[in-house]
Design a protein around this ligand. Structure first.
Ligand code: GLN
Length: 489
């Protein structure tokens, strides 16, 4: 089919399923024009890019030059990006078509996509239920086939958790793997762009294209980007040799026997009282089955679990309070219309009017934990927890290649169910924030269906920069276990 046909297909679905509230901006005319250009170029014999005609949606925190970007917030109302995020630049260079910006929690703060100025995103499998957050729009866009793949951002689970709730795959790479340039900051030492898709090869391709060093992001890694796509293919074929002339970054991967994967399961994670008993039972059965298939799976004790969520919420709110100070009604977006507001009321008013409740809560909390009297008791302590976690993680990866946990303690909940209890909402991030605290990659694989009808996943994590290994392992599991089947919508 032509690129135009592909875009028309998705546009029809986007309009038909608009009640799901997935897109905040649809670039209809422009997508069709890009598609026509790509079709013309192909017909004229021009070499096509690796993402020729791939229709992609991006989260409303990722900059796309001359297009609005609002982070789901009133404070950025009317703001247009002045430049492309590096990830967007790299997608476009390969012939991708960006069809629109996707709804999310305000400044990516949330686990249910209920904190968006545009209203909540509905889970296509049950519109009464939340899509997860903060990248709820990105998850449902893939779930409901409103685009082929999508980008989100993951500071504490915002890709993996909504993927789990929606029955799709969500990958958060190693911190520094993908440039954060042009990603609106929430907590800079945690933030990472992530990818949603329905199969591993798609994720591998997007990851390969958008990863890599970027002089505009000092925290982006200089480590070589492996040829993820080729690495997956070689493994699937069981090839042990590099074909002649393959570039140096092509992994000479082998078709591993299951027993060569050393998998750790965190005992405290499976025993945690907040874990839904049916999710526990199904993950336990899954683990037993992995063992039967020959995988080496070992339960290990991880007594730091209860420190993870508090440390995460102290450190991320501290970073957020600092990052969000730039939204002052002068340099970006919206300012108060009150003509009487002088200095400094002008700032107060612009920020009070522009930020939503959850964002305010976090700015206050972050400012508090950084304040002189409480810095040692909260911020420093949380930093120490982060250091201890990093050291412990190193020890685990000395002995194991993969850590397995549930992705989320429950399946998608009813809208409104947790919105009055922020602590309950924060606790739902129990299993995902760990990867961000220690900077490792994590993926959620949608293998299970709850008797309540909703899907859920299992999370696999590896050591830093072992995305290829993670993708190979995930692909192998995807071949062996039936992935959740999304009904036709
Ligand atoms: N739910 C977490 C939070 O609210 C994660 C958010 C994210 O990853 N952006 O902070």
């Amino acid at each position: 089919m032509s690129c135009r046909d592909a875009v028309l297909y998705y546009l029809e679905r986007i309009h038909r399923l608009s009640h799901l509230n997935v897109f905040v901006h649809i670039y209809e005319k422009e997508s069709l024009e890009t598609a026509d250009r790509l079709d013309r170029e192909r017909t004229a014999g021009k070499k096509t890019g690796r993402l020729h005609g791939v229709v992609i949606g991006i989260k409303d925190v990722i900059c796309y030059r001359d297009h609005p970007v609002t982070a789901g917030s009133k404070i950025l109302e009317g703001f247009s990006s002045l430049y492309h995020a590096t990830a967007v630049d790299r997608l476009l260079e390969e012939g991708a078509i960006i069809i629109g910006h996707l709804n999310c929690d305000e400044f990516a703060m949330g686990s249910s996509n209920e904190n968006s100025i545009y209203g909540r995103v509905k889970n296509a499998l049950d519109p009464e239920k939340v899509a997860g957050g903060s990248s709820g729009g990105s998850a449902v866009a893939v779930q409901a086939s409103l685009c082929m793949v999508s980008l989100g951002s993951d500071t504490g689970g915002s890709v993996r958790q909504p993927a789990d709730f929606c029955g799709v795959i969500g990958l958060k790479p190693t911190y520094g793997r993908i440039s954060r340039y042009g990603l609106i900051a929430y907590a800079s030492s945690f933030d990472q762009i992530g990818i949603f898709g329905k199969n591993i090869p798609d994720l591998a391709l997007i990851l390969e294209i958008i990863s890599g060093f970027d002089p505009r992001d000092a925290t982006s890694s200089r480590s070589l980007v492996p040829a993820y796509v080729e690495g997956l293919r070689l493994k699937a074929e069981g090839s042990r040799h590099k074909p002649e002339g393959t570039p140096d970054n092509t992994p000479s991967t082998v078709n591993r026997h299951p027993s060569t994967y050393r998998i750790a399961v965190l005992k405290e994670a499976l025993e945690h009282p907040s874990l839904d008993p049916e999710i526990r039972a199904k993950i336990q059965d899954f683990i037993s089955d992995l063992r039967l298939k020959g995988y080496q799976v070992q339960e290990i004790s991880f007594d730091l679990l209860d420190f993870i969520v508090p440390a995460y919420y102290i450190l991320t709110t501290a970073e957020a309070s600092s990052n969000l100070s730039r939204f002052d009604g002068v340099r970006y977006g919206r300012r108060t219309a009150d003509p009487e507001a002088g200095f400094p009321e002008f700032y107060l008013k612009s920020r009070s009017e522009g930020f939503g409740k959850e964002v305010k809560r976090r700015i206050l909390l972050g400012t508090f934990v950084l304040s002189a009297g409480y810095y040692e008791a909260y911020f420093s302590k949380a930093q120490k927890v982060r250091k201890i976690l990093t050291e412990r993680t190193k020890l685990i990866f000395n002995e194991f290649d993969i850590i397995l946990t549930p992705t989320v303690p429950t399946t998608a909940f009813k809208a409104g169910e947790k919105s009055t209890d922020p602590v309950a909402m924060y606790l739902a991030d129990l299993y995902t924030v760990y990867a961000n605290l220690v900077g490792i990659p994590g993926i959620s694989l949608p293998f299970f269906t709850h008797t309540n009808g909703m899907p859920f996943g299992v999370q696999a994590m590896t050591n830093q920069f072992r995305e290829l290994y993670l993708l190979q392992f995930s692909d192998e599991l995807m071949q062996q276990y039936k992935s959740y089947e999304i009904p036709t919508l």
